[in-house]
Structures are given as structure tokens and as C-alpha cells.
Design a protein around this ligand. Structure first.
Ligand SMILES: C[S@@+](CC[C@H](N)C(=O)[O-])C[C@H]1O[C@@H](n2cnc3c(N)ncnc32)[C@H](O)[C@@H]1O
Length: 270
């Protein structure tokens, strides 16, 4: 992945990847090509009108989905639409922290939000953890290179860890952030447990800003109940912003079902 860091204007630029991984684009392209071949063969050799209509529809659907993914990927990209950076900034803007001490980014991906935090808080020690699953284009080396290029490697560290069970003691950090991670933890449908695990490693009085699909009822069911449980646990200040896609500067087409809808932010102090 480090090879993909581009050399432009005589300086290296960070490579923050994309929430639509290259692997997914490759799979969709392959499916589209297969449907194209099937469509072509049907048109050439079949006499069945039904089969011709069916393969035409399948091919068009594949082209549409592939085209849509390319569009969204471009909208997300740091060098094009920049939506990933805007959403990271939105998370950071909700973190009421003085920047003194240690910050954790749960599920840091390419390290983009961790590094943004390190740049925003000049004295902070920032740690990013991720399990860097095979589906994603991210890895630890990439995060470290990005921190180096951005000039914050002395205050940023990255390590492999699991959001289900973080390898940190209770109350280790002064601030915690996380963006679009819990819904991706497919081996744990108990999303409340994931939020609790993140907050476990936050010091009492520490600041948090967590952003995920909290308004998506299929994933989070009754999020108000989760908020009530967290309050009952003694979280001193807890704010919930539902459907943040309505506030964020997001192109309408990125808000389609299955893409960025039902977003939500919780922030405050433990
Ligand atoms: C949509 S990406 C978001 C990455 C980053 N937070 C960002 O905003 O750019 C989801 C991330 O969650 C990570 N992830 C999924 N399950 C995880 C787990 N159990 N522990 C840690 N990270 C996990 C993935 O590896 C991936 O980097």
C-alpha cells in the first residue's frame, strides 16, 4: 500500500484510501463484465425474447450499480469530493477537548481521523487501533507512513486491536473518537456493547465523539434505549444528533439506502 503514495510537486502526499474499497470495485467490475458476456452471447445465439430481456436487464442493473459505486467513491475521495475529510472534521468539531493527554481512534482505517486529531491538538498523543480486515485497503504501515508525511509521527501510534475487546486498561484515554466502525463489526450484533467498550477505556470526565449509523433501526434498533443505558451508567454529558446526513454537506446521491443514511453522532463527557 505504501507504493501507492503519490509523488507530486516534489513532495509525498498521504494515501487515505476510500470507504469503497478497491476490492469491492473489482468485484463489481467483474460481475458487470460477466453480465456483458452473457448479454452478448444471448443476443447472438438465443431465440428466446424472455432470455434476451432478462440478460439485458441484468447487464443494465450491473452497469448502474458499478457506475453508482464509482460516483460515490469519487465523492468520498480526499482528492475529489472530499466527503471523508468533511465527515472526519465533523466528528472532530464535536469533541469538546482541550487536547491535553491521550486520544484513541477506534477503527482508524488509514489513520485519517487519528492524524487529523493530532494536527488539531498540538500536544496530544494519538493512538489509532484497527483490526485491518482483508476486505479493506487499509493497514498499519499505511497509517504510520501517513503520520510521517503529515509530520505527526512523533505523537501518533497505530496498533492492531479489536473494537470488541480493546487491549487497554479502564480509563486509559482522555478522549476517544470513532467513525463508521461499529456497523462494520460484523461478528457482534450487540452495538451497545461496542460503544460501552470504547467508553470503558475513556477516563471519567474525558471527551468522546462517536459517529456511526446510530439512526439506522435495522442495526441499532432502539437507540434511545442505548442512550438511556449509557446515562444510567453515569455518563455525565451525552448529546445525540440523529440523522447527521441532514446536517453534513453530502451530495443527495450518497444518501441512498445502503449507503450513508441513518447516520448519528453521540458526543459529550464521560
Ligand atoms: C468504514 S471504515 C472506517 C475507517 C475510519 N474510521 C474512517 O473514518 O476512515 C471501517 C473500519 O472499521 C474497521 N473495523 C471493523 N471491525 C473492526 C473491529 N472488530 N475492530 C477494529 N476495527 C474494526 C475496519 O477494518 C475499517 O478500517
Amino acid at each position: 500500500m505504501t507504493e501507492s503514495i503519490i509523488h507530486k510537486n516534489n513532495r509525498y502526499e498521504p494515501e487515505y484510501g476510500n470507504w469503497i474499497p478497491v476490492k469491492l470495485v473489482g468485484i463489481l467490475l467483474s460481475i458487470t463484465l460477466v453480465f456483458f458476456v452473457v448479454f452478448g452471447l444471448t443476443m447472438l445465439y438465443s431465440e428466446s425474447t424472455l432470455l434476451k430481456v432478462l440478460t439485458t436487464l441484468l447487464f443494465l442493473a450491473a452497469v448502474f450499480i458499478f457506475g453508482y459505486m464509482i460516483y460515490v467513491r469519487r465523492a468520498f475521495d480526499f482528492r475529489h469530493g472530499g466527503l471523508m475529510g468533511k465527515i472526519h472534521q465533523y466528528v472532530l468539531d464535536h469533541l469538546a477537548w482541550d487536547g491535553k493527554g491521550r486520544l484513541l481512534d477506534v477503527g482508524c482505517g488509514s489513520g485519517a481521523l487519528t492524524i487529523r486529531c493530532a494536527k488539531a491538538f498540538a500536544e496530544a498523543e494519538c493512538t489509532g487501533i484497527d483490526y485491518w480486515g482483508a476486505m479493506w485497503d487499509y493497514n498499519q504501515k499505511m497509517c504510520e507512513r501517513n503520520a510521517e508525511i503529515e509530520g505527526v509521527s512523533d505523537r501518533c501510534s497505530f496498533r492492531k486491536d479489536d473494537a470488541n475487546r480493546l487491549e487497554f486498561r479502564d480509563e486509559t484515554f482522555d478522549a476517544v473518537v470513532s467513525n463508521f466502525v461499529y456497523h462494520e463489526v460484523h461478528n457482534n450484533p450487540d452495538k451497545e456493547a461496542l460503544i460501552r467498550e470504547t467508553l470503558r477505556v475513556l477516563k471519567k470526565g474525558g471527551a468522546f465523539a462517536l459517529h456511526d449509523l446510530f439512526s439506522n433501526k435495522q442495526i441499532y434498533k432502539d437507540f434511545d434505549t442505548i442512550i438511556n443505558h449509557l446515562k444510567a451508567d453515569g455518563i455525565s454529558e451525552l448529546h445525540f444528533v440523529p440523522n447527521t446526513e441532514k446536517t453534513l454537506p453530502m451530495p443527495q446521491l450518497t444518501q441512498m439506502p445502503g449507503m450513508l443514511t441513518g447516520l448519528g453522532m453521540i458526543y459529550g463527557k464521560k
